[in-house]
Design a protein. Sequence first.
Length: 299
Amino acid sequence: MNDLQLMRFYEPQHGARVGVLRQGTVYDVTAVVGTFGAWLRGSAGRVQAAIDDLAQAADRAQMTYPAAHFDNAPADDVPHWLPPVEEQDVWACGVTYARSRAARQEEAVDGGDIYARVYVAERPELFFKARGPWVVGPFGEVGIREDAKWNVPEPELTLVLNPALEVVGITAGNDMSSRDIEGENPLYLPQAKVYTASCALGPGIRLGAHDSWPLATIQIAVQRGDATVVDDRVHTDSIHRTLAELVEYLGRSNSFPDGVLLMTGTGVIPASDFTLQAGDRVEIQIEGVGRLVNTVRVV
């Protein structure tokens, strides 16, 4: 994978900015790039050239910062990371790992036959997850529904696609989910998946064109006080679907003039007696991509 990451960050004196992260230093390339969406649009049909342009812009950057400068909870008066998305939609995939299929069947009150069927069906499960402005960034607070009893984080490799549906990079995602709501009735999936602060992404986009899955370990840990209550991992070689088929189905009868992000499903399923609590700290790390850290609140 490329050693460049495209980042969005906030600096109190300058507002929202676009940067390139390379070897621990953030290079402000806003003057050249403009916005993340503008760069995505300009990458269509020329992904590697667009990445090379970013590297050159970083070489000429007038403002630089140590990456740790932005490792703060979001607030107007402190520098912090912004989620790597602007106006783009975020979509998500379901039941792309065998472990996810088994968990969905176990939680479903009717036995979950539909999850077994979609796992082997030609058409994958795809659903809308969030509008860009809804997305939580690094060190922000993800939400658990006040009307749910069984809330879990779902760590997911997330594809970043330009308007031509070409993969320009990958990031880490947390597809927060209310398992008891979906388990009661699959038609409740939008309520289990789409609510305030139910989607987190970041810290940045590891740039690179991909037509197959990058081989990487996805790890998750949940810290509650001084105790680690979840510690698990899965490898992307366990994804049942191909990258190409998920992107192709996402693009069927759909267009994304500003680009789109696609969360590709989870293979890490916490035990059935686990549910998130307010104040928990969720850390998702994807090998070669980065570490996404969030705390939990009730919404």
